[in-house]
Design a protein around this ligand. Structure first.
Ligand SMILES: *Cc1c(COP(=O)(O)O)cnc(C)c1O
Length: 374
């Protein structure tokens, strides 16, 4: 049996979790939460980071309040979190098609959707491969639009050497069990704007109180200052997260090595255009989060998926485009509206990538896929 994904076991995670239990401060912002924030700060180059229970919660902090006329452009090929966050904040979701090379938001298509009401663009770095940030930064500057990075796939990835999550006004990481760095359920909100915006987000995350200032002994007590909620990561998760972050480079390296093996093993099929390789632009340095291939048709993709499953190898399709579900229909979208997103959903297959994948697994997987084209 070759599993699709397996959580990495960081050498220190058990020790830190037990230590956190012994320390006994199990709420948010404890000892290991601070350690994890320090680690993330060293990756990002600044300390405006808040741990959250998930990337979805981080996206809610990024889109806290929108006017009913505010529009946010979101890729149709995406997980629902960012779109949910925009609707919960009171804004409008404007779906946009992707670039079929990278499965990332297409800057030209996004530009066509900009109106005077466009408030933000949500950029999902699919598979940990950067969006075309210079193009989006130019668009954002021209129209006074905010960029929010849904960096759920993208911790440890870069755009022209800059960490993903550190480029937009805010960046949102996921530490869900299926992601590169995992503490079961978890996330982080990164604010790349000024201190004031960060302080506001910190108050919102902490039940609308200035408890953070109180803990720093800047104020004698804390009070209800704004509308907020409790979006803190529990200390036990933070203890595991810190151990995982210590391993980030090793995890990325191991996963990138597997991706390179796939690329090499499947090269003859790419050369024949039997299969299409994942696009990795010059500006992007990935983290090996996902290795995917695209087939010519849904039928071919499903045949390969079934052939792999017969050998006990779990490969997976990915997102159902946001306009294709009931919610997309309620927002007025129709099938056929975003052809690249639909084609990707029909033809993309994710192959197993995780740090416990050993031996000749990749070779075997490449052989099974090649066998579908004999
Ligand atoms: C996994 C994922 C999320 C949600 O992450 P959670 O931490 O589970 O909330 C959001 N966006 C994308 C692109 C994802 O893949």
């Amino acid at each position: 049996m070759v599993e699709f994904n397996k959580q990495h076991i960081a050498p220190n995670q058990q020790k830190y979790v037990l230590d956190a239990l012994e320390k006994g401060e199990l709420g948010g912002d404890g000892f290991y939460s601070k350690k994890a924030v320090e680690k993330l700060s060293s990756i990002l180059g600044h300390g405006r980071v808040l741990l959250t229970p998930s990337a979805s919660h981080a996206l809610e902090l990024a889109f806290w309040r929108l006017d009913a006329s505010d529009e946010v452009i979101i890729p149709a090929y995406n997980f629902p979190s960012a779109a949910n966050a925009v609707l919960r904040a009171g804004g409008r979701v404007v779906l946009c098609d992707i670039d079929p090379e990278t499965q990332n938001l297409d800057p030209e298509k996004a530009a066509e959707l900009v109106t005077p009401n466009t408030k933000a663009i949500c950029l999902t770095h699919y598979a940990g491969i950067a969006c075309d940030m210079d193009a989006f930064k130019a668009l954002a500057k021209q129209h006074g639009i905010i960029l929010v990075e849904d960096a759920a796939h993208a911790i440890g990835s870069f755009y022209k050497g800059k960490p993903l999550g550190s480029i937009g006004e805010s960046g949102c990481y996921s530490f869900h069990a299926t992601k590169n760095i995992s503490c079961g359920e978890g996330g982080a909100f990164v604010y790349n704007g000024g201190q004031n915006g960060f302080d506001t987000a910190a108050i919102r995350r902490d039940n609308g109180t200035n408890r953070a200032e109180f803990l720093k002994r800047n104020v004698p007590f804390y009070a209800w200052e704004d509308i907020g909620t409790s979006h803190l990561m529990p200390e036990l998760c933070a203890a595991m997260l810190f151990a995982q972050l210590e391993e980030m480079e090793n995890i990325s390296r191991a996963r990138l090595n597997l991706c390179a093996e796939y690329r090499e093993g499947l090269a003859p099929l790419f050369a024949r255009e039997a299969l299409f390789a994942m696009g990795v632009p010059e500006y992007a340095q990935g983290n090996g989060h996902i290795y995917y291939v695209r087939f010519d048709s849904e039928g071919q993709r499903d045949t390969a998926k079934d052939a792999l499953a017969e050998k006990g190898i779990m490969a997976q399709t990915h997102f159902v485009p946001l306009h294709m579900g009931g919610m997309g229909a309620r927002l007025g979208y129709k099938k056929g509206q975003f052809p690249h997103s639909e084609k990707t959903a029909e033809t993309l297959l994710r192959l197993p990538v995780h740090t416990a994948l050993g031996g000749r697994c990749v070779e075997e997987i490449c052989d099974v896929i090649a066998g579908c084209f004999l």
